[in-house]
Design a protein around this ligand. Structure first.
Ligand SMILES: NC(=O)c1ccc[n+]([C@@H]2O[C@H](COP(=O)([O-])OP(=O)(O)OC[C@H]3O[C@@H](n4cnc5c(N)ncnc54)[C@H](OP(=O)(O)O)[C@@H]3O)[C@@H](O)[C@H]2O)c1
Length: 424
């Protein structure tokens, strides 16, 4: 099994560069090539069709006005179904940015090839079964080869993971609970997501029994609650109707790989706007739940994403204009015990609010978080966990300057307030 060697032809290989998300990742790497080790970056596009990859490179060269990309950036042909092609790809790079999804179908051969051939692997997966399966199967192997396999480095879950770490770092005392509220604002053109994510959700829902079995195999016990336990809410929350979001992956994966996990209770909510949106979401959820159970129903959901998701997912994905008008705000409300107060006694007596805001989350912010994750791995090996392994973003980037890097690239972390009930 190869270990990581620094003198490889490429710092970064964008695999799946011809996909909807891949093309944004390509542009983001091109924009930030100067942030590579010692101020430059050698990088390549990879995928199964040379022709489509050439098209993506051409488009990036045009839209960024960087004609030099056509000669400076190489193309590697590799297919998930061809293990040799994956091995050859991985042997050439230090970090593979894997944009080929749904990961439940295509992800594992890439993780395996990266570990066997000494390349770090970063993905933007939001599928708990894949993320946790990789942790169970490959963590020890990745440790042996010194490879970092870091899942969910897109909008799901870098803002949540790094937001909690930011909140914890700014809280003076013991932070014991955090609730986050996500709101997405769209412009006059509206917004949507590409249907690959819709497909990931359908297959994930249909196979949720396997996820339960996998979690049993893991046998993780919930972390002990520090401080007062807090209740989940489903109702109205500061002008937005909030629905609970399943952030098990964030909560559990953040805990899996750190030796001293932050023992913070965490619940994530998504603002869904007004009552009409809530009704749509409820009806859509019911249809999804019903059709997702049967093969024929799933076929219908996959064939007509636009109809069954009420326009939230489309085969063509959002237009550039829609993305320009879209932004997100993720607000964290934390509570805990001020310095000098014992968490085992009484109610929490201090509060904190932090926020992250940024551009369109699904593709613009996602490509920023993915590329900055890779740049952090390349530039700050001394701040990563000592050995390789399969990690969540919070676990691997806790000691790095990733938050600072994200701040510089449009994901702005702020601290609206810190309050102590004993203070002024
Ligand atoms: N976590 C987040 O915040 C976030 C955000 C965005 C996307 N995502 C996830 O990212 C993944 C990609 O999404 P997308 O919308 O970009 O999907 P997409 O447009 O369908 O792109 C899929 C890519 O995979 C490639 N591919 C498919 N089969 C392959 C194979 N056998 N070998 C090599 N390449 C293969 C495709 O290549 P061809 O062009 O040759 O077909 C294409 O480049 C999805 O799982 C999605 O859920 C996550």
């Amino acid at each position: 099994m190869a270990t990581v060697i620094s003198n490889r032809p490429y710092h970064i290989i964008v695999f799946g560069a011809s996909g909807f998300t891949g093309q944004f990742v390509v542009e983001e790497v091109a924009r930030n090539a100067k942030e590579g080790p010692s101020g430059s970056m050698k990088w390549a596009l990879a995928g199964r069709s040379r022709h489509r990859l050439e098209g993506v490179l051409e488009q990036a060269a045009d839209s960024l006005n960087k004609p030099e990309l056509r000669i400076e950036v190489d193309i590697i042909v590799a297919d998930v179904s061809d293990a040799d092609s994956l091995a050859i790809m991985c042997q050439q790079g230090l970090v593979v940015l894997n944009c080929v999804g749904p990961y439940r179908f295509y992800g594992e051969p890439v993780v395996k090839a990266c570990i066997e051939n000494g390349a770090h692997c970063i993905d933007i997966c939001g599928e708990p079964q894949f993320l946790e399966g990789m942790q169970l199967e490959y963590h020890s192997k990745a440790m042996v080869s010194g490879v970092y396999v870091i899942g969910s480095c897109g909008f799901d879950s870098i803002p949540a993971d790094m937001g909690i770490l930011y909140t914890k770092d700014h809280f003076k005392g013991t932070l014991t609970a955090v609730e986050s509220f996500l709101t997405i604002h769209t412009g006059p053109e509206g917004g949507c997501a590409h249907d690959s994510t819709w497909q990931s959700a359908i297959y994930g829902f249909a196979d949720s029994g396997s996820l339960r079995k996998l979690r049993k195999k893991f046998g993780h016990q919930p972390l002990p609650v520090v401080g007062a336990p807090f209740k989940k809410r489903y109702g109205q929350m500061s002008n937005v109707n909030a629905v609970l979001k399943d952030n098990r992956s964030i909560k559990e994966l953040s805990c899996l790989s750190v030796s001293r996990p932050p023992q913070v209770q965490y619940t994530a909510y998504v603002g869904v706007g007004g009552v009409w949106s809530l009704i749509k979401l409820f009806c859509g959820g019911l249809i999804f739940w019903f059709l997702g159970k049967f093969r024929l129903g799933r076929k219908l959901l996959i064939t007509f994403p636009e109809i069954f998701s009420f326009g939230m997912f489309t085969k063509s994905g959002p237009s550039r204009k829609q993305m320009e008008g879209t932004s997100f705000r993720l607000t964290f409300f934390g509570e805990g015990y001020a310095e000098g107060t014992e968490p085992s006694q009484g109610r929490p007596n201090a509060r904190i609010c932090t926020q992250i805001h940024g551009a369109e989350p699904g593709y613009v912010a996602t490509s920023v978080t993915m590329v900055q994750a890779a740049i952090t791995v390349l530039n700050e090996p001394q701040f990563l966990p000592v050995k390789g392994g399969v990690y969540s973003p919070g676990a691997v980037f806790a000691k790095t300057t990733l938050i600072h890097r994200l701040n510089k690239h449009g994901l702005v972390f702020t601290l609206p307030y810190i309050k102590s009930s004993e203070g002024p």
